[in-house]
Design a binder for this molecule. Sequence first.
Ligand code: URA
Length: 330
Amino acid sequence: MRSEYSAGAIIYRSDPSGISLLLLKKEGREAYDLPKGHVERGESEEAAALREIKEETGLAVNLFPYFSTSIHYIFEDHKERVSKHVRLFLAKSGDQKVRISEEHIAYLWCPVNEAGELLKHKEMLHILPDIRDYIDRYEEMHTLNSEYSRLPGSIKGWSLSKTFVPGEGPLNARIMLIGQAPGANEDIQKRPFIGRSGALLSKLLEESGIGRENAYITSVVQFFPPKNREPSKDEIALCRPFIERQLSIIKPEYVVLLGRVAAKAILGKDSISDNRGKIMENNGIRYIITLHPSAILRFPKNEHMLKSDLELASRELKKDKKEDAHTISA
Ligand code: URA
């Protein structure tokens, strides 16, 4: 049997009537399809998806960095059976106009709940719920981040940086890491944990088998406290509702609290040494308290503690991994 390998995307838009997906129709075909096509030799799946989207819809989009899924089906081509694997990414369309290619005769923005009926490949029916779930999380996080980033403008005497540093990672991550507050590098690059303590954290996430790309990474306070001071009680209280909302969007199975500020803000625990190295359950989430990587930079001999706490999280994740044949979070 011949094998074929394609890449494409689920492109959605959101308006007051809800979420709809972009479907394309070819001459002589009853059913609709997604923008997709062959991955050329030497081409990455992402590059192939972006090229096909541009060629087939005229849209220039950004693929969501942490989501991809795949479908597999077998079809007949001139009496030959073909096994086809399709890698699908997710992207949001702005207000750009769709311009279909010559091989298509029509396009449709289809309400997400009705798309399964119209699509050519019924394998899509299995993955649409996961796609819908990810889109909902993205939209909620987008709203949250817009509100959170406007906080400095609404508070008299604001004394943190005014630059908002959003959380980063898959919105359906099974594990979330919560630090204290961004540092000077994070303030410049608007990304969490990308300075020296971030490099150490990334290394230990790799070594523990979790992998940075599989964790949602954020901090109790998402604005840099000048001179790297600790955020005050009032600042933490102001930011706390936003971290609660992030927890309810991501719905992680495990949360690693990095350092005393996070342990105190989230679980009311004052001591790291009394509470680290074990799992604590609270409201259906399992927490692991551990040292902040910046504390390891000051006392490198303690690295083994952060490492073993991340290894504990990694073992737990492996223990109750839910297998899902259709979805792979890259
Ligand atoms: N330390 C934190 O606690 N958060 C960051 O984002 C960076 C460093």
